[in-house]
Design a protein around this ligand. Structure first.
Ligand code: URA
Length: 180
C-alpha cells in the first residue's frame, strides 16, 4: 500500500535534500485514482505543510483541474522529489535518482490510466528525455507502462499566462485519454 511505501521511506536520508527540508511531501490523493499528476518538487508552503501543490502553483492547478471537470480529491498528486530543493532550484539528477524508487512504487500501486507530468523536470525525468517542455507537452508518451501527457508547470503559467491556453488544451486531452 501507499502507507507501506511511506513507511519504507521513513525520515529519508538518501540524498542531500533531507538536510534542508522541514517535511517530506510524499503525495496526496486516493490509491485508486485514475489520473496522477507529477510535479517537480515541494516549494516553501508544501515543505511547511507536508502536502503537494498547496501554494500559489497549487491554487492554479486546482483551477485548471476544475476547468476540465476534475476535483483534487479524485486525483493523486506527487513530485519527482519529495523534499524541497533549496531556493526552489531544479532537482539535481542524483536527487531524482535517489527518490525514484518511491515514485515508481507510487505509480505501480496507483496504476493510473494516465499521468500528467507538470513541467520540464518531471517530463524529462519520467520520459528519460532531454527535449524541451515545449516539444514534450501535449504529446502522449509512456513511462512505467502508463500513458504520460506532459504539460507546462502551473508555476510557469503564473509567470507566462499566454501559455495557459495550451495547458488547458493538454488537460482536456488528458481527460479524453490516450486513445482519443
Ligand atoms: N511545485 C511543484 O512542482 N510541486 C509542488 O508540490 C508545489 C509546487
Amino acid at each position: 500500500s501507499l502507507a507501506h511505501v511511506r513507511a519504507w521511506m521513513g525520515q529519508c536520508p538518501r540524498c542531500p535534500l533531507h538536510q534542508g527540508r522541514n517535511k517530506i511531501v510524499f503525495g496526496a490523493g486516493p490509491e485508486d485514482a485514475r489520473v496522477m499528476f507529477i510535479g517537480e518538487g515541494p516549494g516553501q508552503q508544501e515543505d511547511q505543510q507536508g502536502l503537494p501543490f498547496v501554494g500559489p502553483a497549487g491554487q492554479l492547478l486546482d483551477a485548471m483541474l476544475a476547468a476540465v471537470g476534475l476535483e483534487r480529491r479524485q486525483v493523486y498528486i506527487t513530485n519527482i522529489v519529495k523534499c524541497r530543493p533549496p531556493n526552489n532550484r531544479d532537482p539535481q539528477p542524483g536527487e531524482v535518482v535517489a527518490c525514484r524508487p518511491f515514485l515508481e512504487a507510487q505509480v505501480r500501486l496507483i496504476a493510473p490510466a494516465a499521468i500528467c507530468a507538470l513541467g520540464r523536470p518531471a517530463a524529462q525525468a519520467l520520459l528519460a528525455s532531454e527535449a524541451p517542455i515545449g516539444r514534450l507537452r501535449g504529446r502522449w508518451a509512456e513511462a512505467l507502462g502508463v500513458p504520460v501527457l506532459p504539460t507546462y508547470h502551473p508555476a510557469y503559467l503564473l509567470r507566462s499566462p499566454e501559455a495557459k491556453a495550451m495547458a488547458y488544451a493538454d488537460l482536456k486531452a488528458l481527460v479524453r485519454g490516450p486513445e482519443s
